[in-house]
Design a binder for this molecule. Sequence first.
Ligand SMILES: [Zn+2]
Length: 434
Amino acid sequence: MPHRLSQRAGRTAVIGFVLIALLALAGTASGTTTPDAPTTAEYVVSGADTLAARNAVAAQGAVINAAEHGVLDVTATPREVDRLRALGYRVERRVTAAARVAPEPAGRPGDFPPQDSGYHNYPEMTAAIDRIMAEHPSLVSQRVIGQSYEGRDIVALKVSDHPGADEDEPEVLFTHQQHAREHLTVEMALYTLRMLTGSYGDDQRVTNLVDDREIWIVPTLNPDGSQYDIATGSYRAWRKNRQPNAGSRAVGTDLNRNWAYRWGCCHGSSGAPGSDAYRGSAPESAPEVARVADFVRSRVVDGQQQITMAIDFHTYSELVLWPFGHTSKDTGPGMTAENAAVFQTLGKQLARTNGYTPMQASDLYVTDGTIDDWLWGDQGVYAFTFEMFPGAGGLSGFYPGDEVIDRETSRNREAVLRVLSYADCPQRVIGEGC
Ligand SMILES: [Zn+2]
């Protein structure tokens, strides 16, 4: 079924589709327990030109890949398509498919196609991290925080001046690749790791931040899905993890709908295992989410969460997003006016550094069970989601060529450093003390 994409691929450009994509997000909540047909495909939905319409589309279980001017690019099951049509939307199969979803020739099994060899698969990522650690043993340590469903290590790298010691310094968390096909985010993790270690001692600002912060990098939350996405040597456009679902042939949970804060509350995820936005059988039912959540909870010292700020990297759409995703209200329970002002002010400031578009997550459409909502709502961490390059595209947007890696990762250098610099007192961004 995932082959559906490769068969029709080709390099046809995605035509005339200017989209402000969205991404990490996508929702649904049909509440049905009937397993959906497990085969999802890419569709174009017309007539959804308001936030309410986007929320309605997402609430049927379709994952919105991109949206602009009332035209949505979605990944959906046949059943979800039926529901969208019943609501009166025009839904067409995207036959142009994605320009790069199945480039030819294919790579070796488990690897990227040859023309994208600059991307790191999981073993290559591990080797790259090992090399950086060997070069900078006094700046980087690694801990295995758990295993994925299929048993791959999920690691957290710590960059600091005494990485083996737990110093009393503000901590920052960077997470990557909750969604399997968003491979550019792994490159972002490697970039940040190289940038912080490589500039240490040369660049005074970086040196000070590494000295005065404890920086955690989780380079992939979804190693199983990532390897599955390239298992044939071509791209499958896989999003979820690879955990089976009881009573269904459909595999996988959308990790970024599985976090334990207002899980499944608000028609911002799907209860159907076949959906690409399936929220899982319970909060933290995905082992990958549970292990990272455990790790974050382990950073509470003397009742105080040491992590003050976070960025969760996704592709694509070039957006800076902040909580909450589960409600379209700017303030309310768990979000004071001052909290919202910090998010808005800093979010806009970060977006000026990289040229992304800033907005509250729910301004795209409502999502629930996301990491940002959990990090903020449950742990009090000022957490942002970055949707990286490109700004627009269909499924091809998930597979930019490897020639963009350097440009599109270093594009976030200033934003990463800015977040690190505010980590001692995020409220400083609105002129408040701590
Ligand atoms: Zn994503």
